[in-house]
Design a protein around this ligand. Structure first.
Ligand code: HEM
Ligand SMILES: *[C@@H]1O[C@H](CO)[C@@H](O)[C@H](O)[C@H]1NC(C)=O
Length: 484
């Protein structure tokens, strides 16, 4: 009967409460700058995550508390070069990934991206890295495919003249067609010309499963039991059309030599069809929204009156150098870098565990198993010596000699170290080829009859971020008529 005695229960409750508070206030993270509440609970951080505003919230904390900040009782964020190097670069590929990446398993399998430890990751990367090397991306068989898809994009543009074009859709189509070309040509998509294929892209891009997947991460048992009820309020991620595409493509024979599939089908690697399909689906998802959104934010920006001189200068460079290849145009390169600095398609924390024994980062001791991370959005803004006037879209900063190395080191759009973006060269080629083709022919202007300013605000997805309105209407004016 003692167990039901209210006094006894109160005493137990008090002891547990005091022990918890004691543990919090004596935690080594107590020394870190940060809001007091983050010492006791992670609810505020989670609240912002569920509102798709984690990135902005963490950035506000950095602005308020500095480049090192505690964001939850067991979690800290760094916006420093030392943090980037230690967390993502030490030992080659940095610290282990956290269970957050369990959300990215595909068909119940761990892909390269979702593998947690260095060892598991290295064995898969050994197989896949070859096809994403710049030498492979720059082969004419690979580049010609991208150029052809860029021409299809231009055809969509030419049809829109006189009206306006939702480039959010068309850019995602373009990225989808380019990545599936690289994964399994000739079995890739043609969403720029066929509505059926465009539906596949839409299923991946218009996915609204953020909240559902956050529940799955924070409370797997609840997610299991409540899955069906939950899905009424928060949709699960379902992409049957994309599944069909990758599973069927992975079973095809004789894909082109430059494709990822041709590499994975090599008998030496002994990969099962579903393993190949899982890897392909992952790269497809990694390649559509990132490249599509990066281009979308960038084009919207240089279509605005404040940045219009930048668009004019870009056009001038491209028109004056018709025979210079896309990767040898300095201003185009600066515009793309500035686009990725201001609008990194994966802007948010990439969570990792501090290894056994704990580590000291930026002078703070962080105990083992603490979740630590950097987010590109803040790394690109918080150091005003390296990036003066950080909120200003200014490609010129990338053309200055002084501080060049510092800018490159703090540039975190593709992350860094052994687990940084494998698709970086492909993404840059896609972006530059399209921008060169587009701005040698057209001037782009925002269509405010279809858009409100909030449509282009950054909204977090699970790891990437998109324009909140999931649309971006631009008017295209042929350059010959518009030349001043
Ligand atoms: C502008 C475009 C892109 C951006 C900004 C971007 C950014 C990133 C970032 C920040 C990471 C690290 C994620 C983490 O640690 O959680 C990453 C990883 C990755 N990205 Fe990209 N990415 C882009 C395009 C692509 C493309 C086109 C592909 C095509 C295959 C791709 C495939 C991957 C893969 C497979 C990984 C995992 C690498 C690994 O674990 O070793 N990305 N990307
Ligand atoms: C990563 O995890 C593995 C397995 O749990 C462990 O053996 C290894 O030491 C960890 N590595 C780091 C850098 O924490």
């Amino acid at each position: 009967m003692l167990l039901l005695n209210p006094l006894f229960l109160t005493v137990i409750g008090l002891i547990v409460g005091i022990a918890y508070v004691w543990q919090c206030v004596t935690s080594p993270l107590q020394k870190l700058p940060g809001p007091k509440i983050s010492l006791f609970t992670s609810w505020l951080l989670k609240y912002h995550e569920f509102r798709a505003q984690r990135t902005k919230y963490v950035h506000e904390l950095h602005l308020r508390y500095g480049p090192v900040v505690r964001i939850a009782p067991n979690e800290a964020s760094f916006a420093t070069l030392e943090g980037i190097k230690e967390i993502y670069g030490s030992g080659g590929s940095g610290y282990n990934k956290t269970e957050f990446y369990n959300l990215f398993t595909v068909y119940g399998r761990r892909t390269m991206f979702s593998s947690l430890t260095k060892e598991e990751h290295a064995s898969r990367k050994k197989i896949l890295a070859d096809r994403y090397a710049n030498t492979n991306v720059m082969k004419s068989s690979s580049l010609d495919g991208i150029k052809e898809r860029s021409q299809r994009f231009i055809e969509r543009c030419s049809k829109s003249v006189g009206g306006s074009l939702d480039v959010f859709i068309c850019l995602h189509d373009y990225a989808f067609d380019c990545i599936t070309h690289h994964l399994f040509h000739p079995y890739g998509s043609d969403s720029l010309r066929h509505e059926m294929d465009e539906e596949v892209m839409k299923q991946v891009t218009f996915d609204d499963s953020l909240q559902n997947r956050l529940v799955q991460y924070y409370n797997p048992p609840l997610h299991k039991v409540m899955g069906n009820v939950l899905s009424i309020f928060a949709k699960p991620r379902l992409t049957p059309l994309a599944d069909d595409l990758v599973i069927s493509a992975s079973g095809k024979t004789e894909p082109a030599q430059f494709t990822l599939l041709s590499r994975m089908q090599d008998k030496n690697y002994d990969m099962q069809q579903m393993e190949m399909a899982a890897e392909c689906l992952d790269h497809m998802a990694a390649g559509i929204d990132t490249t599509g959104d990066a281009l979308c934010f960038l084009m919207w920006q240089i279509s605005q009156p404040v940045s219009f001189h930048i668009q004019r200068r870009l056009q001038a460079e491209i028109l004056a150098n018709p025979d210079v290849p896309f990767d040898k145009l300095p201003y185009l390169d600066a515009v793309v870098s500035e686009g990725l600095r201001c609008f990194p398609a994966i802007p948010m924390s990439l969570p990792r565990y501090v290894p056994a024994g704990g580590r000291t980062i930026n002078g703070y001791f962080i105990p083992e198993n603490t979740i630590v991370s950097c987010q590109a959005y803040s790394a690109h803004r918080i150091n005003e010596v390296v990036f003066p006037e950080p909120e200003l879209f200014n490609p010129d900063r990338w053309l200055e000699r002084t501080g060049e190395l510092d800018r490159k080191r703090l540039f975190f759009a593709f992350a860094s170290g052994g687990r940084g973006c494998i698709g970086k060269h492909l993404a840059l080629a896609e972006m530059k080829i399209l921008l060169k083709d587009l701005y040698s022919r057209y001037t782009t202007l925002p269509d405010y009859t279809e858009m409100t300013p909030s449509d282009m605000e950054m909204a977090d997805q699970l790891i990437s971020s998109q324009p909140r309105g999931k649309k971006c209407f631009l008017r295209l004016e042929p350059l010959t008529e518009f030349k001043s």
